[in-house]
Design a protein around this ligand. Structure first.
Ligand code: MG
Length: 158
């Protein structure tokens, strides 16, 4: 049976932080703030995958109060989500995601993000979709205060 999950995440943009999205380091004057590397895209994908198998969310697996995850690369969160899928004898069919950011331009990094997410989840890049859009200058994203990401995952569960 194909099950789907949805994920959403947002982090604030702050000076003095690296901007990491989909595991790619993107040159920008600000980066996303958070306990881990604050990779909003990987966090949204992680929640989508966990959601598809009815398995809670990223915060349950990796509490942001746990010093082990301070500065952690979000790849480890995706690897754990993939382990949860595998332990149920299930397989990830595809993941599709959209990043919502006023700037910088992200599509030049989409191939790297796809590759990073695919390898963390143990799937092919053809199973990962990455899009980016601005927020037409509206709201907190439009003002450059933060970056959001949303994702869906389809998981084939026996
Ligand atoms: Mg997050």
């Amino acid at each position: 049976m194909i099950r789907v999950g949805i994920g959403y995440d947002v982090h604030q943009l702050k000076s003095g932080r690296k901007l990491i999205l989909g595991g790619a380091e993107i040159p920008h004057d600000k980066g996303l703030d958070g306990h881990s590397d604050a990779d909003a895209l990987m966090h949204a994908v992680c929640d989508a995958v966990l959601g598809a198998i009815g398995c809670g969310d990223i915060g349950q697996f990796f509490p942001n109060t746990d010093p082990r995850w301070k500065g952690a690369p979000s790849r480890v969160f995706l690897e754990e989500a993939a382990r949860q899928v595998k332990s149920r004898g299930a397989t990830i069919s595809n993941v599709d995601a959209t990043i919502i950011a006023q700037e910088p331009k992200l599509m030049p990094f989409a191939a790297a993000m796809k590759s990073n997410i695919a390898s963390a989840l143990g799937v092919n890049t053809s199973q990962i979709g990455i899009k980016a859009t601005t927020n037409e200058l509206l709201g907190f994203v439009g003002r450059g205060e933060g970056i959001a990401a949303m994702a869906v995952a389809a998981v084939d569960v026996p």
